[in-house]
Design a protein around this ligand. Structure first.
Ligand code: NDP
Ligand code: GDP
Length: 329
């Protein structure tokens, strides 16, 4: 009988970490995850609770900024696979906290890589890279060979994470892959991101808890997929004999306006009567449009997305309606 594999996930309390943990448990993995101590630990496992898996994962204390904690965890778990999903992940916040963003989103990556190089060099490593690295796009459809042009402190930090992953692969022969994932969402998406802000806002308006939804640049276009589809791609990358870099995207781009219209029309409301454009929500530098080409992942390991934007947005609106209903009655 083959031995149970162990995976270690940084960012397990986040959207992707929770879905990935569930996916790996389903494949029979032992799953360990990094958690940061806070003064309100009861809310820490919200997403894992939502998926019903809190009791099935091993949560270990540490922080991306504390390499001693990472070294200790690597020694204790001896992971076959490490998924580095932890980061300060919100673009808008990265202008307010650029140094913190650099420390976790950039330096955090090399901390994990060093802990592995010194303590478990055979572990396979996944880095959560981002389509935000394309920023001011240099090609209409972005692939692994498209030049990067980051437009926020977040994207600059992610670019470091991407290249240090490539560098550790090339310098030390580590099995280190970088997944360049385009935006992916779910009912577990943070409330500050636009899809979730919209699904939550639509649910509030429908239930009579709010009248308007304030948004920034609704002409921006994104290539949105479902987190459940995207965590499957992370795992598939680490099952390849050779580590490599892959774009994960749907190949379809939609404006924030049209995404919003899907959400409002799902509950029979007219978005034009409720959306208010708030100039304060515009960003110092915008990424106007993103559109990914996932052909390499499809050709190398047969990954294709299964959930459409319409299914994603309606699932999110329905989940927020269910969450908020008790407050409306
Ligand atoms: P979330 O913001 O939902 O989760 C981020 C996770 O990182 C949380 O678990 C958070 O912990 C943890 N974290 C942050 N800072 C530290 C730190 N210093 N030490 C330890 N843990 C830390 O992000 P997502 O799940 O959406 O994204 C996962 C990764 O993928 C991120 O790196 C993100 O930048 C990247 N990415 C995401 C995309 C998307 O569309 N979702 C697109 C492309 C890349 P806590 O709960 O304590 O805050
Ligand atoms: P990002 O692509 O990682 O920055 O994901 P977001 O969901 O935060 O933003 C996607 C796009 O929606 C960006 O171009 C934002 O400028 C745009 N957007 C418009 N209004 C809002 C808003 O109110 N909140 C957020 N988060 N984004 C908004």
């Amino acid at each position: 009988m083959s031995q149970k594999k162990t995976a270690f996930i940084t960012g397990i309390t986040g959207q992707d970490g929770a879905y990935l943990a569930k996916f790996l448990l389903g494949k029979g993995y032992r799953v360990g995850g990094l958690v940061r101590r806070t003064s309100h630990s009861e809310s820490m496992t919200q997403r894992l609770d939502w998926l019903g898996i809190t009791g099935d994962v091993e949560l270990v204390d540490g922080d991306l900024g504390d390499i001693s904690s990472l070294a200790r965890i690597v020694q204790r778990l001896a992971p076959d696979e490490v998924y580095n999903l932890a980061a300060q992940s919100f673009v808008a916040t990265s202008w307010q906290q650029p140094v913190l963003t650099a420390n976790s989103t950039a330096v955090g990556v090399v901390n994990v890589l060093e802990a592995l190089r010194l303590g478990s060099p055979k572990s396979r490593f996944y880095q959560a890279s981002s389509s935000e690295m394309y920023g001011l796009i240099q090609e209409p459809m972005q692939s692994e060979t498209t030049p990067f042009y980051p437009r926020s402190p977040y994207a600059v930090a992610k670019l470091y994470g991407h290249w240090i992953t490539v560098n550790y692969r090339e310098s030390f022969g580590m099995h280190a892959s970088s997944g360049i994932l385009f935006n992916h969402e779910s009912p577990l998406r943070g409330i500050e991101f636009v899809t979730r802000k919209v699904s939550d806002g639509v649910a509030r308006i429908k239930l009579g808890l709010a009248k308007e939804l304030r948004l920034g640049n609704i002409d921006a276009k994104r290539d949105w997929g479902h987190a459940r589809d995207y965590v499957r791609a992370m795992w598939m990358m680490l099952q390849q004999d050779q580590a490599d870099d892959y774009v994960i995207a749907t190949g379809r781009t939609t404006t924030v306006r049209d995404m919003c219209r899907i959400a409002f029309s799902h509950v029979g409301l007219d978005m034009d009567s409720h959306v208010v454009i708030d100039p304060k929500l515009f960003r110092p530098a915008e990424v106007d449009t993103l559109l990914g080409n996932p052909a390499k992942a499809a050709a190398k390991f047969g990954w294709t997305p299964e959930i459409s934007l319409e299914e994603l947005i309606t699932e999110m609106v329905d989940a927020d309606l269910a969450r908020l209903k008790p407050r409306a009655s």
